[in-house]
Write a protein that binds this ligand. Sequence first.
Ligand code: SF4
Length: 282
Amino acid sequence: MSWSERQRAMLREMGIPAFWPVPPSAPAEDVPMVAAAVADVAPIAPAPAPTPTPTPPLARPARPEVKPPVSIAAAATAGIQAILRERPEGIDQMDWPTLRQAVSGCTACGLCESRKQTVFGVGHQHASVMIIGEAPDEQEDSQGEPFVGRAGQLLDRMLSPIGLTRADADANSQVFIANVLKCRPPGDRNPLPAEVAQCEPYLMRQIALVKPRIIIAMGRFAAQSLLKTSEPIGRLRGRLHDLQGTPVIVTYHPAYLLRNPVDKGLVWDDLCRVREQLNQPT
Ligand code: SF4
């Protein structure tokens, strides 16, 4: 597979060297794609000296997501009882303003008690691409917007080379971003299944209103929640899934990539699949 200037630009944006040691005679376009997945673990410069028996770079199998250190609160999740209350009726019929208002005043689970504010989601209301993360963290809870901070900045750099943005633009370029959960679990503990189930109708209504051409599920939790599976993310990525007729691509969360930059090449691969999907005639 040859690399276009856009693909090389994408690698640069994601912090991946856009080349693997290349024989002087070989044009850059002949570099195999697998190089991207391993380039960021190799020294960038100078190029390694030739050895008598050079070992070609090999594709690494997809690795299961490494979970961050478990907080005390997360460790106690198993012993926490979900507090559930009545949810507003008719969520599946709500328009955008009504839905936003319903979320902002929602007290349907115990997460409402510790949140600073709900994190509804941002972006184009008819975006071609919808990005779904897991639950607000402390920064998102403070700012009321998903994917902020360093992870958000990395997300921006990941989207740019495939022609996507969260800034104001048309529906083909501007994404819509939301989380599975609209309120932050205290201490960033793992959400309880009952909390996810209680919040799910809001996300489903958002998807129905946006009608994206493709959904990107970022992170293990978002992917497993959306696809109703316990398969590890390493086995979920690399193929198209279906959510009520909408194609879904699974990839790693930017926060995970900040801890595991070696996997940026895999995410690049996933984003190329998104671009390919968008390039298909509608
Ligand atoms: S997490 Fe969802 S269901 Fe729970 S209070 Fe927040 S908006 Fe309501």
